[in-house]
Structure formats: structure tokens, C-alpha cells
Design a protein around this ligand. Structure first.
Ligand code: BES
Ligand code: MN
Ligand code: ZN
Length: 514
């Protein structure tokens, strides 16, 4: 993880002391206004000339760097104190939104710090001027986008490369807006910090992120932010009758852990009924497929099969600081899925804590198995709403492509609406797939209540609906992040590697929970 400092000050972007200054441009604008116009003037029209020459077009996230010379002595060029100016594109003004602010801020941060030498960066507040968006929200998006872009994972490099750490200062001319901008900054940093925490857990190799390590990470975090954390051990699972979770775990020498984080809502005791929101995340620290062994090619990627669990733990970290009214529980079943003499076999029948029996068809459909007992456990805690999040199916990427939309399966329309709204606020997107009862035909077993795979067709749907069977009548939704938890290449505020997807959505959801 690499964290940056972000602050907001009252001042003038042309006179602020910084190693670099960030300004912006909407696509198609030929005469820059606002802070960009002021910097252009101070530079003697350098930005305008680049626009005329077609060098700068304002495309979203595209950056141009102008070196102002005079390094080391007093003012840079003309009336500008900084020595380097980054012009970042905001895209077309017509379709502008906060996610674009996040993206532009991320690209600009990366461009400003690419040399490894820049430590202090000043920026104008993207979106609050001609963009017409709320300044506090823009400040949140700028802080969040920059802190997300500054993330690097070098824990296992003996010689870490250039640092992208540094300090960002948002320069605001209107003193009256400063307080709300500072609040926005704090919120953005908190959300980015939670996301980067999830990214760290997901990027960590499976031999360093076993169920035991994951439980320790959750416990430490809980102590830091003041959450209650209990870790159920194998003996506890046996006592509770979690035969399905234990079935997956029995092939590994690593002991399984069920992490339970509890947040007591600020609304408790006010007489209102705020209910309990349960967030349940798949914490499969390595998925080899088990006896239904996966292909060797690319199996190293299966260290990220705990991304749902990481999102839940990270969301709980944010929630502890955001202090919503509702009670929230974060439940993360952690285990490895390995083949061995003691491993679960196709054809085996196991029983969940709610009494339901499952015939194992593929031991590689293990995520839904560990979530079955975890969701049943959430019901036993009295959850009024359950959201599970998991790298559940390869089929989700076939349906929705990679990186943009996560899958969403639910039988509770109001929850779907809330997840969509939370996702928009977080800049994360979910696409609802059908959940008709007809699909459950595919999960009928001749020997048990259910079988654990429904065949290739509609795999994301049947996988999700299997988990829903353990939520009973509770309002429930399932997020499939198999196609969004990892980025093959960097873009805007997303470095290559773990994305930390869903952490911010789940935190937003908790904040909006009545
Ligand atoms: N962890 C995988 C899903 C996955 C695949 C995540 C690719 C990320 C990238 C999951 O446990 C799994 O193996 N699912 C099977 C389900 C099948 C056996 C019904 C799959 O998708 O092939
Ligand atoms: Mn699997
Ligand atoms: Zn898996």
C-alpha cells in the first residue's frame, strides 16, 4: 500500500508553492476558463497554444505536461510558482459525472508523480466550476481517485521501485466552500483507504494470505477502528453443524476460519428499527478446484478467490468510521480448496447448518458451498438484509465482460435498487441477471436437497440462486465479482492487479441502510 496525504487550502492556483500543478480541460473547449484559464495566462498562453496545435484535446484522463523552466529559483514561468503543469482531460461536458472526476484525478496524479521526484502536487477542484457538480462530492472524488491511483503493491520486492507517494493540495478560491471540501476529502480518503486495504489482501500471495492470516488481518483492523471481531474455529463450525463449509476445508492442512465482524449502529437505542445488514464475503484463499482440479494454466490467479471476503472486511473498516445508523455484520468464511486424501469428492453429500443437504457434483464449485453455511449463519444472527459477494463464476465474465459490470442476482427488488444507487456513488457497476424460480430446476439432485452445480448454461445465475437457497425468506442479493476483482492493465485510478471492487459499494450501502 502507498498512501498519500490530501488537504484543501484557500488560495490561488497560480501562486501556490508546489512541485507540480494540475489543471483540467473539457473536450472541445478552445479557450480555457477558471483555474485553467488563470494558469494559461500565467504561462503566457501555453495551454491555449497546445489546444490550437491539437496537442491537448481534453479527452478523459489524457494528460499533457508543460515544464515551466526556471527550476530552483523563485517563481517558475511568468506568474506561476510551480515548475510543472499537468493538463488533464475531463471528457465531454455533456456526459460529465463524479466517476469522471475520480478518473481524471487518478490519471493526473499518475502523470504528475511519474518521475518519482514530485512530492507536492497542487490541483484545482475538477468538476465544481463549469462541471456544475457539488464541491464536497468533487473533493471526495479527487481525493479518492488520487489515493486509488497512488496505490502500489511492492511488499514482496526486495528493491521497491519509484514511490508514487506524496501530498496533494486542493486549492480553492472561495473560502466559504473550504469546510465542505475538507469533509469531502476525508470521506474520499477513507473510502480509498478501505479499497487499498482490500487490494493489499487480494494481491498478497496465498502462502502469505491463508485463512489464519486473513483472520489476523481482520482482527488487527477491528482493534484499530473499534469493531467487535470474533473468529469461529473448526470446533465452533462442528458445533454449529456447518458441514458444507467444513467439507470444502477438509482437503487442506490450513484450518478454516469464519470471521465475524460486528458494528453497532449509531441508531441503536433511538427506538427505530434499523435491522441488521449482513455482508458475507467468499474468503477462498486459494482455489485449485479440489479433486475437480483446475487446469494448470493461470492457476496462480486463484489467490484472488478471497476478493469477496476482502471487500467485506474492508467495507467494515470504512463502516466503523462512517458510523451509519444500522447494525452491520461482516461474515467471511475462509478456507483453501485443495485436493488430498481427505478432500471432498464428487458424489459426496454434505449438510449445512440449516439442515439442507447438498450433493457435490464439482468440488470446484466451492464458493457457493462455503457461502451456504455463512449465509445460513447470517440468518441465525437475525439479519434483515443479506448481501453476499464472491468471485463465484468464470461464466460471469462470459456474460458481462471484464472489468466494468459485476453480476447481481437477487430476489429482492428494493435491495437491487439500493445496490445500484450505492454502486453509482462508489463508481462501481452491477448488472442484474434473472433470478426466476425456473432456473432452480437445474439445481435438483436425485439424492440430496440440492446439487452444487447447475451445468454450464446460466452458470452465474444458478450459482447465485444456490446461495439464495440458504437465505430463506430474508431479503438477499449476490454480487459476482469474478470478472471485476482483478485488472490486467492499469487505467485511470486503477493500477494493474487487485481492484478492491465492492468494498466502497458495500460501505455506501450500509450508509444508506434505513
Ligand atoms: N473461483 C472460481 C471462479 C473464478 C473463475 C473466479 C475465474 C475468477 C476467475 C470458482 O470457484 C469456480 O471454480 N467456479 C466454477 C464453477 C463451475 C464448476 C460450476 C467455474 O466458474 O468454472
Ligand atoms: Mn472453484
Ligand atoms: Zn473459487
Amino acid at each position: 500500500m502507498s498512501t498519500i496525504k490530501v488537504s484543501a487550502v484557500h488560495g490561488d492556483i497560480t501562486t501556490i508553492e508546489a512541485d507540480a500543478v494540475i489543471v483540467n480541460l473539457f473536450e472541445g473547449v478552445t479557450t480555457p476558463g477558471g483555474g485553467t484559464g488563470a494558469v494559461d495566462q500565467a504561462l503566457g498562453g501555453a495551454i491555449s497554444r497546445l489546444i490550437t496545435q491539437g496537442e491537448v484535446k481534453g479527452e478523459l484522463g489524457k494528460t499533457a505536461t508543460i515544464l515551466c523552466g526556471n527550476a530552483g529559483g523563485g517563481s517558475g514561468s511568468g506568474g506561476l510558482a510551480a515548475h510543472k503543469v499537468i493538463v488533464v482531460g475531463l471528457g465531454p461536458a455533456g456526459s460529465f459525472n463524479l466517476e469522471r472526476v475520480r478518473k481524471a484525478a487518478g490519471s493526473a496524479w499518475r502523470a504528475a508523480t511519474a518521475s518519482g521526484k514530485v512530492k507536492t502536487v497542487a490541483t484545482i477542484l475538477h468538476g465544481a466550476g463549469i462541471g456544475g457538480l457539488d464541491p464536497a462530492q468533487c473533493a471526495r472524488a479527487v481525493a479518492e481517485g488520487s489515493a486509488l491511483a497512488a496505490y502500489t503493491f511492492q511488499a514482496f520486492k526486495s528493491k521497491p521501485s519509484l514511490s508514487t507517494a506524496g501530498e496533494l493540495v486542493i486549492v480553492e478560491r472561495d473560502r466559504g466552500k473550504l469546510a465542505s471540501i475538507q469533509e469531502g476529502v476525508a470521506r474520499g480518503l477513507l473510502m480509498a483507504d478501505a479499497t487499498n486495504f482490500a487490494r493489499d489482501m487480494v494481491n498478497t500471495p496465498a502462502n502469505h494470505m491463508t485463512p489464519t492470516h486473513m483472520a489476523a488481518a481482520a482482527t488487527t483492523m477491528a482493534r484499530e477502528v473499534g469493531l467487535e471481531c470474533t473468529v469461529l474455529e473448526k470446533a465452533d463450525m462442528e458445533r454449529l453443524g456447518m458441514g458444507v463449509l467444513l467439507g470444502v476445508a477438509q482437503g487442506s492442512v490450513q484450518p478454516p476460519k469464519l470471521i465475524v465482524l460486528r458494528y453497532k449502529g449509531s441508531g441503536s437505542g433511538d427506538g427505530g428499527n434499523h435491522g441488521l445488514l449482513a455482508l458475507v464475503g467468499k474468503g477462498l484463499t486459494f482455489d485449485s478446484g479440489g479433486i475437480s482440479l483446475k487446469n494448470r494454466d493461470g492457476m496462480e490467479a486463484m489467490k484472488d478467490d478471497m476478493a469477496g471476503g476482502a471487500a467485506v472486511i474492508a467495507a467494515m473498516k470504512a463502516i466503523a468510521q462512517l458510523k451509519p445508523a444500522a447494525d452491520v455484520a461482516g461474515i467471511v468464511p475462509c478456507t483453501e480448496n485443495l485436493p488430498s486424501g481427505s478432500a471432498l469428492k464428487p458424489g459426496d453429500v454434505v449438510q449445512a447448518m440449516n439442515g439442507k443437504t447438498v450433493e457435490i457434483i464439482s468440488t470446484d464449485a466451492e464458493g457457493r458451498l462455503i457461502l451456504a453455511d455463512a449465509v445460513a449463519y447470517a440468518v441465525s444472527l437475525g439479519a434483515s438484509t443479506i448481501v453476499d459477494v464472491a468471485t463465484l463464476t468464470g461464466a460471469c465474465g462470459v456474460a458481462l465482460g471484464s472489468g466494468l459490470y459485476s453480476g447481481l442476482i437477487s430476489t429482492c427488488d428494493s435491495l437491487v435498487e439500493a445496490i445500484h444507487a450505492a454502486g453509482v456513488a462508489a463508481g462501481e457497476h452491477y448488472w442484474r441477471l434473472p433470478s426466476d424460480d425456473e432456473y432452480k430446476e437445474q439445481l435438483k439432485s436425485p439424492v440430496a436437497d440440492l446439487k452444487n452445480t447447475g451445468g454450464r448454461l446460466g452458470g452465474t445465475i444458478t450459482g447465485g440462486l444456490f446461495i439464495g437457497e440458504f437465505a430463506g425468506k430474508t431479503c438477499w442479493a449476490h454480487l459476482d465479482i469474478a470478472n471485476t476483482c482483478f485488472a490486467e492493465k492499469e487505467a485511470f485510478h486503477q493500477p494493474k492487479g487487485a481492484t478492491g471492487v465492492a468494498a466502497r459499494t458495500l460501505a455506501e450501502l450500509a450508509v444508506r441502510q434505513k
